[in-house]
Ligand binder design. Structure first.
Ligand SMILES: [Zn+2]
Length: 333
């Protein structure tokens, strides 16, 4: 996962690292947050020169305070770009168009538009916003999980599977095992995030199947929590268990010298990336065994003592409720 924004103003034309599969974000959300607008041709230039496995045509995410009319106009520009990227760039087979919607009606009609016009097997969830958008921060970026977010996701994903044959790519959900599994459970087939790098820089490591823990110096503020950082919250009962978990981690860092995690953010980035890839494999493995097996695993392992347990309970409720209401709908009740 990388973003056009990292190369947009730069002489550097390619990532300085090797990649297996690269999902290149178009940078639209970051630009929107900074209040700058991106030049279409420049975005295409960067995308074509990097030549990733998948990338998103330039889209126009919503910002809080926009009226439905303004959002509709943004969507019209997003649609134009889907067509333009498909016809006028060398990225054709790699495109993952973004879906935006400002109410239930637009959600349905925008999915239908993409189904008719987008030449892709995946779509990315962009801004899917409801009436409470004033408070809502949107789908891209660093997502604060909330019950509203679960509602939106459940609605968007079930509408997509009802009205189209797209698979769903969930942006920015893949930086913690806790959000990642929520996304997969709700029906996304792919997630990604560059969040694990930022976490590493801020001194955090991701624990397999769990949340994150603070272990190292925060490279932004220079605060160093030292070797006892895992017990930073006084009397953290999970400390032993956490260390035990790191002992079992098979990443290139933990399997040689896990101590580096406390002092080097790059080591943490390698560990975090490895853990998140493993989590994706776990999600796919369990989904292949059936959703109820996956549900049981999440219930008993991932969310058993998690701070996000309430969201997990909500997601289950929401999914089961949707299933019932869908069945009633189809039966014409
Ligand atoms: Zn590790």
């Amino acid at each position: 996962m990388d973003s056009v924004i990292n190369y947009y103003d730069s002489e550097q034309r390619k990532p300085a690292y090797q990649w297996g599969k690269l999902f290149l974000d178009n940078g639209a959300f970051t630009a929107r947050m900074k209040g700058v607008s991106l030049n279409k041709e420049r975005v295409i230039e960067v995308q074509e020169s990097i030549d990733p496995d998948r990338t998103i045509p330039l889209d126009y995410p919503f910002t809080t305070g926009q009226t439905p009319r303004q959002m509709e106009r943004s969507w019209a520009k997003t649609k134009d770009n889907v067509t333009y990227w498909q016809t006028s760039t060398r990225l054709r087979r790699k495109l993952v168009p973004a879906l935006h919607a400002w109410n239930k009606k637009s959600l349905a009609s925008n999915i239908r538009w993409l189904q008719r016009n987008a030449d892709s097997d995946f779509l990315a969830l962009g801004s899917i916003v409801g009436p409470s958008f004033g408070k809502f921060r949107g789908f891209f970026g660093d997502r604060q999980p909330s019950t509203e977010l679960i509602d939106m996701l459940a609605l968007a994903i079930s509408s997509i599977s009802k009205l189209s044959d797209f698979k769903v790519h969930l942006m920015g959900f893949g930086s913690s095992p806790l959000t990642l599994h929520l996304g997969y459970y709700l029906g996304a087939q792919s997630t990604d995030s560059a969040g694990y790098r930022r976490k590493a820089a801020f001194g955090k490591i991701v624990l397999p199947g769990k949340g994150e823990r603070h272990v190292g110096a925060d490279s932004m503020t220079g605060r160093d929590f030292g070797k006892n950082a895992m017990s930073i919250r006084e009397g953290n009962p999970r400390r032993e268990e956490d260390l035990e978990m790191l002992n079992r981690c098979a990443c290139p860092i933990c399997s040689t010298s896990a101590d580096v995690l406390w002092v080097d953010w790059r080591a943490r980035a390698i560990h975090n990336e490895f853990v998140m890839k493993e989590e994706v494999n776990i999600a796919h493995r369990f989904l292949n065994l059936g959703r109820s097996t996956y549900e049981k695993y999440l219930d008993q392992v991932v969310y058993s003592r998690s701070s996000l347990r309430y969201l997990w309970e909500y997601a289950k409720l929401r999914r089961n409720y949707l299933r019932i209401s869908d069945a009633l709908w189809e039966a014409g009740v």
